[in-house]
Design a protein around this ligand. Sequence first.
Ligand SMILES: *Cc1c(COP(=O)(O)O)cnc(C)c1O
Length: 430
Amino acid sequence: MRSTERSKELFKASLMHIPGGVNSPVRAFRAVGGEPFFVDRAHGSHIWDVDGNAYIDYVGTWGPAILGHAHSGIIDAIKQAADLGTSFGIPNPHEPRMAELIKELFPSIDKVRMCNSGTEACMSAIRLARGATGRDKIIKFDGCYHGHTDSLLVKAGSGALTFGHPDSAGVPKEFTQHTVVVPYNDTEAVAKALEANKEKVAGIILEPIVGNAGLILPREGFLEKLRELTREHGAMLIFDEVMTGFRVAKGGAQELYGVVPDLTCLGKIIGGGLPVGAFGGRADIMDCLAPLGPVYQAGTLSGNPLAMAAGMAALEALKSGAVHQHLEKLGARLESGMCRAASDARLDVTFQRSGSMFCAYFGKHPVHHLGDAMRCDRDLFTRYFHGMLEQGIYVAPSQFEAGFISAAHTDADIDRTIQAASKAMQTMHE
Ligand SMILES: *Cc1c(COP(=O)(O)O)cnc(C)c1O
């Protein structure tokens, strides 16, 4: 068994001062039981906890660490920027450069505004879509996560075509009554929702590849059909690429599938590990934002020089496309090894992947929407998770989170991971 004394002590102290001992709920390991470890430092593909245990990391701080932890280019950029001051609250030279870099990678973006998190990006994109169209309704998909904004914390209820139901206490029903929730990959449901709410839908927001219910790919033609339907109905197509942006391809899922949204939400990788978000898109829509237009949106720390420097260092490193080629190779190696391990152990595992983003579902059937994901065997996943952790492999502590490979992972890391998975799976039958 790993020694966990120091992590246990720190968690005990945290529980006294922080709700649940954590500053974001999934870190508490509630889905898999046990207690979180506390991280002392991270480098490349590895993290080390305060008890001295090393782990090969597949969480990658939930996506941002695409170049690996403590990437020297990012660390140097932060240090240089910090010497000049941490925040100015008035434009700094990093801001136009960051905007240009984003536009270069995402040709669908004419103009972009920076903010401080993915939540803010999605919240602001929704407000902008509503402000620009003069319509109130939003269509979202069951199982897609767009941050913890009131009106987006909704899952499908029985009256899904007309009313959404809040997914959290503290969200008044009235706040979500303009959110219509439909199943992912279901174009008929979308068409019906648009018909039922004619000329009322401001936009459709989605993860073009879903990374918040494991890893769900859009079915062939799904994104294209959404593009067609939104055009027909005068609604905006909003791609939430907070997770997939710069990850599944340097230009995100929109590059991969060749579908052009009206608005795009970005986050995670764009901050190089610092708190950053961004949203951008067609100039005529973006110009509805204050100070040009009537849609208000602001942020004291938006465009922060440290965060811009870190983010730009990350994006610059991704520009050539070489990193993504390397990531695809690592991803394919992991996929084939994991499938072999599962079949050797005679376990039903459905491995879904896009480049360096993946999920091993403990179930026999392909996962096309949240309902499919919910049918997976979560007890098996829990045993797998702890089996991996004990062998020094850290995968996300929930069946419904995507895994991430970084450019700092090596073939040897992947092979050791497959070996560990094989061992964990062999014992899961007992
Ligand atoms: C993580 C995530 C968000 C929220 O971003 P935060 O920075 O955690 O606020 C929004 N949308 C998607 C798709 C995400 O993966």
